[in-house]
Structures are given as structure tokens and as C-alpha cells.
Ligand binder design. Structure first.
Ligand SMILES: Cc1cc2nc3c(=O)[nH]c(=O)nc-3n(C[C@H](O)[C@H](O)[C@H](O)COP(=O)(O)O)c2cc1C
Length: 188
């Protein structure tokens, strides 16, 4: 399957306090694409590796780092390999609309939907499921802040059929989409 190298993530200039106060969920997007640089920055904020040990921008219960971010866009579903800063395609199918339960039309127009996928391993079984969700929650807040700092908008979406979406993304049964973050240029 194809891989794509992302540009190196670039620093974002907006003060953290401004990003925090301006952050809002946006549910209306133009069809304009986001740039590879913006995508790289967004993914790095959510799950970037910031230490040779593999530690990330976001904290992780028991340091399991069991949540991986995938990207859905017009050219397919892609796994973000944060250490290599590359995207690895899992399917060429456009699954953006398939990531909704049918009620979120704005997702079809938005250029990207990030999918937070929890991997079940013998070690993650030791953790409470709520802890894994907390990992994903901290990651999505970072994505919200990075989107805000770049003048983009986004919304966390818990209403996802994770089992069905995981199948369409061709994920193994041990990897479950738990929620999404749809992002793009906010419609005026
Ligand atoms: C875990 C979680 C799940 C959410 N699921 C959805 C969703 O399925 N659809 C949606 O439109 N918004 C969803 N939201 C966004 C919330 O509705 C939104 O954060 C809330 O209304 C507060 O607005 P704000 O984010 O602009 O401050 C979700 C937010 C979180 C944290």
C-alpha cells in the first residue's frame, strides 16, 4: 500500500492562551483542502513523538500509547506513523461519509477526518477502558488547539460506528475506532 512522507511539523505562533480561548467546535466547512503542512501540524499536535523513548505530545495511561491516529480523506484511509512522520494507506476508499451515522452531512465536505483508534493488546487489557478513552481525549484537545492556531476548525465526533468503520478501514479486529475529529476550513 502507498506511503506518503509528510513535511516536518512547523511551530505554530498563536499563544496557547489565545488558542484555548478561541477553540470552538465547528460543524460547517468549505470544500477547500488543507495543506500537507497543516495536516502534519495537526497530526503532530495529536500524536507527535517528542522524545527518543517514543513519548508523545499527549500523555498516555501506563505509557501504553495504545491510541493511533488515522486520517480519512478523498484518497483513502491512512495510518499516521508519528515516528517516521509518514502516512500509510490502509484503503484507497474515501470513507469520510462512512465515519458518520448518517446525521453529519458536514463531514462529507470537510477535507479530513482524524480517527482515533484504540489497539487492544495484553497490556491494554490491564488498563481500564476509560483510561484509553482519556488518552484519546487529550489527543483530540491538542488537535483542536492546533487547528485553532492555524485558522482551521474542527469537531470531535463520538457518534461513530467504530466496528463498521474499522472494517471499512481494513483494520484488524484488535483495532477499534473510538471517535473522530473532522477538520477543515470553517465556512464563513
Ligand atoms: C467526547 C466528545 C464527543 C463528541 N461528539 C460529538 C458528535 O458526535 N457530534 C457533534 O456534533 N459534536 C460532538 N462533540 C462536540 C461537542 O458537542 C462540543 O464540544 C460541545 O457542544 C461544546 O462546544 P465547544 O466544543 O464549541 O466548546 C463531542 C465532544 C466530545 C468531547
Amino acid at each position: 500500500m502507498p506511503t506518503l512522507t509528510l513535511p516536518a511539523p512547523q511551530p505554530l505562533a498563536m499563544p496557547l492562551s489565545d488558542a484555548l480561548s478561541r477553540r470552538r467546535s465547528k460543524r460547517a466547512f468549505t470544500r477547500e483542502d488543507i495543506t500537507p503542512q497543516q495536516l502534519s501540524n495537526l497530526l503532530w499536535a495529536a500524536a507527535g513523538v517528542t522524545d527518543p523513548s517514543g513519548k508523545r505530545t499527549a500523555p498516555s495511561c501506563l505509557d501504553l500509547r495504545a491510541v493511533t491516529v488515522f486520517v480519512l480523506r478523498a484518497d483513502g484511509a491512512w495510518r499516521y506513523d508519528a515516528a517516521k512522520n509518514v502516512l500509510e494507506q490502509t484503503t484507497p476508499e474515501d470513507l469520510r461519509a462512512a465515519s458518520t451515522l448518517g446525521q453529519h452531512q458536514f463531514v462529507d465536505a470537510a477535507p479530513v477526518t482524524l480517527v482515533f483508534v484504540a489497539e487492544e493488546t495484553p497490556r491494554t487489557k490491564m488498563a481500564r477502558p476509560s483510561w484509553i478513552y482519556l488518552d484519546a481525549g487529550t489527543m483530540v484537545q491538542s488537535a483542536y488547539l492546533a487547528a485553532t492556531a492555524m485558522g482551521l476548525g474542527g469537531v470531535a465526533r463520538g457518534s461513530v460506528d467504530g466496528a463498521k468503520l474499522g472494517e471499512r478501514m481494513r483494520l484488524p479486529a484488535t483495532m477499534k475506532p473510538i471517535f473522530c475529529f473532522t477538520a477543515g476550513h470553517p465556512a464563513p
